[in-house]
Design a protein around this ligand. Structure first.
Ligand code: PLP
Length: 414
């Protein structure tokens, strides 16, 4: 649905409809609102006597939604590039190339009751997560990836027309799910160094009365973290704070999961996709205040965590040593990757607390072409075309041999 941006790019206010842009008011420097009523997909209006078409049944705000841009499945990508999957260096989606510990495959192979529905309360997994996190299982709910929980929170919290605060550049699912849920997005862009603009967030909360704010630490795509001070300032505001810690393991910081016992307006999300190499099995989890979690239990799909997902996550937690070793390897490789990327004459990498590194593409090189050229050589990285990240690429941290392959290709392109 609509998007309200708070941008520091221009000095006047623009209202955007899906067909035209219309300036409506001047606004002081650094305080620009861009309000949009949707995407660029025009809604078809048919004469009333005409037979109804399928899309006439679709909710109007969804008819205005831009189609989701799916990633190419690995096998399709492999055929597309004319390379075997194992010959593709995948540094584009922040996956964990080490995969899960061997216990996961063993547990999946000996799965006893795949024909029985899973436990709707994921009791075994939540008990294991309580041990892992030090937070009682009553505060924990598991989901089909953190992605499901983002949507579930919005479905529980937002009425159509309610507002959320988003701080781009960041994970785009917040904006996507808000649109699906008919919410308005107030954008408070990050500062030049990608830190949060706390002053603007405070202002926007006072003026616009949004219901919740989505924060990411470490942030995807730049890898910056949110300090305790900044988080506490935002928690003091009358707004529900959803803190997405999908990459917290790589930051060296402690998770704020336990904070939900002290802060009634805090939710913390985490995932097995990165820490345990289980992106394909879809397991995420969240820590919630008791006053909130009750309603998520009521609204969630009963069988949202599959038998395979729960078995895998429990098995992964049984080998904390493996998880620690893999994390250490990725953090070490991140530091090496940062150093070697710094030497590339047309890249400016940003320091990262996560398992990816954002780079500005400089010296007149085109970011999209760079991504395409690397893909032709079998190395996948992510490139951005949206305004705040135009000219940037993001490289996921892989194994040492992945860094070597990337550097070899970058040398050829130099
Ligand atoms: C910040 C952030 N949150 C959540 C997710 C999704 O996590 P999951 O795989 O558990 O749905 C991602 C995935 O890339 C992410 O970058």
């Amino acid at each position: 649905m609509g998007v309200i941006d708070l941008y520091s790019l221009s000095s006047h206010c623009v209202f955007k409809t899906h067909q035209r842009h219309r300036s409506i008011a001047s606004f002081e420097e650094n305080r620009m609102f861009v309000c949009s009523t949707g995407s660029s997909i025009p809604v078809k209006h048919k004469p009333s006597q005409q037979r109804l078409a399928g899309d006439d049944f679709i909710r109007p705000h969804l008819r205005k939604l831009s189609p989701y841009q799916p990633i190419l499945p690995f096998e399709v990508l492999s055929a597309h590039l004319g390379r075997k999957p194992e010959e593709i260096v995948k540094m584009d989606a922040n996956e964990n190339p080490y995969g899960p510990p061997p216990e996961v495959l063993e547990a999946l192979a000996s799965m006893k009751f795949p024909y029985v529905y899973p436990d709707p309360e994921s009791r075994r997994l939540r008990a294991a997560l309580a041990e892992d996190s030090g937070l009682e299982s009553d505060y924990i709910l598991a989901g089909c990836g953190a992605d499901e929980l983002i949507d579930l929170i919005m479905r529980c919290v937002l009425d159509p027309g309610d507002k959320i605060v988003d701080c781009p550049p960041t994970f785009t699912m917040y904006e996507f799910d808000a649109a699906v849920n008919g919410a308005l997005v107030i954008k408070v862009p990050r500062q030049q160094d990608f830190s949060l603009n706390i002053e603007h967030i405070v202002e926007v909360v006072e003026q616009e009365k949004p219901k919740c704010i989505f924060l990411t630490s470490p942030n995807n795509p730049d890898g910056s973290i949110i300090s305790d001070d900044d988080l506490l300032k935002i928690l003091d505001l009358p707004i529900l704070v959803v803190l997405d810690e999908a990459y917290i393991e790589f930051s060296g910081m402690e998770s704020r999961m336990k904070w939900v016992k002290k802060h009634e307006n805090l939710i913390v999300l985490r995932t097995f996709s990165k820490r345990a190499g289980l992106a394909g099995l879809r397991v995420g989890y969240g820590a919630f205040p008791l006053s909130i979690i009750e309603f998520l239990w009521r609204a969630k799909q009963p069988y949202n965590v599959s038998v395979a997902a729960e078995i895998s996550a429990c098995a992964a937690l049984q080998n904390p040593l493996y998880l620690e070793k893999v994390k250490e390897a990725l953090v070490q490789e991140r530091e090496r990757l940062y150093k070697v990327l710094k030497e590339v004459p047309f890249l400016k990498p940003y320091p990262s607390y996560s398992n990816f590194i954002l780079c500005e593409v400089t010296s007149g090189k085109d970011a999209k072409k760079l991504k395409d050229d690397l893909a032709q050589m079998g190395v996948m990285i992510r490139h951005y075309s949206k305004k705040e990240l135009k000219g940037y690429v993001r490289v996921s941290v892989g194994k040492p041999e992945h860094t070597d392959a990337l550097m070899k290709c970058l040398k050829i392109l130099s």
